[in-house]
Design a protein around this ligand. Sequence first.
Ligand SMILES: Cc1cc2nc3c(=O)[nH]c(=O)nc-3n(C[C@H](O)[C@H](O)[C@H](O)COP(=O)(O)O)c2cc1C
Length: 310
Amino acid sequence: MGLKQTAVNLAGIKMKNPVMTASGTFGYGLEYADLIDLDKLGAIVTKTITPEPRCGNQQPRIFELPYGLINTIGLQNVGLERLLSEKLPALRKITRTPVIASIGGYTTADYVKSVKGLAGSGVAGIELNISCPNVKTGYKLKKTNYLTISQNPGKTYRLVREVKKNTRLPLIVKLSPNVTDITEIAASAEKAGADALCLINTFPAMAYAGSGKDKYSVPIFGGLSGPCIKPLALRMVHQVCRTVKIPVVAMGGIMNGEDARDFLQAGAVAVAVGTGNFVDPGIIIDIINALQDTDGLPPRHKDTKKKGIS
Ligand SMILES: Cc1cc2nc3c(=O)[nH]c(=O)nc-3n(C[C@H](O)[C@H](O)[C@H](O)COP(=O)(O)O)c2cc1C
């Protein structure tokens, strides 16, 4: 089975296969260049950048569970300027795989600044991260409780519409799973002009990260990812694929070819691998090979209404 049969077009981004990296789990791509063949990937999504660099949250920032990971990195990133002057040119020198830049921000102006800066940078598309649970980049609900932009359909609509006016690159909007009805948010993003959606970001979670007698003295709050979220992600992808016409990139606990196939079967055009990259940097290549070893991509079942979920 050749590469051709697995090629996909994601809102104008031509990918040789439907497997990409999930933002924040693959650095800026460069870090993995000695470990795997970057040319084999469908696309590389870089760590979310903000206009200014960020050093992220205090340690501990990662907590491993038997079934997943809690992270509270807090969008540590090099900022827009270094992405443009250093990371993207270096990445371009070592691979021809399409690169999608993930951007985040505190205000609409932040997002607009980044998309304007990325014009002519050679990136194939932009991922709009409006769903990170680990930073106060959203809006305040009461005094201390922050929600992300993608937890509100009106705010999602207004931000996406404004960003879309300022870029000609394909715009992929990344959604939070922490909502009552994800289809409502998905529809808002589509209406505002999103070219594609990607879901899901992590679930707000908590664990006690201390050990022994001190176990309960170190609570860690962060985003939950990995195999344990896969059924939740699959349900949301299934629902969103039946709500919007724009393509969907699916992620959430994809660890092998069968996981990837499940999401493609649910209607996703492409899939992204996140936590799996920390378990084994070669996992993404294994997933690509597994999809190619089977009968290419599964047929889409967008119109199939399954009992219980539609
Ligand atoms: C350590 C870590 C850092 C992450 N950083 C980002 C980020 O910068 N931007 C973003 O949109 N998502 C970020 N994510 C979320 C992932 O891209 C992905 O949406 C999520 O982890 C679900 O996929 P997975 O279960 O395969 O990890 C991060 C996830 C992890 C585990």
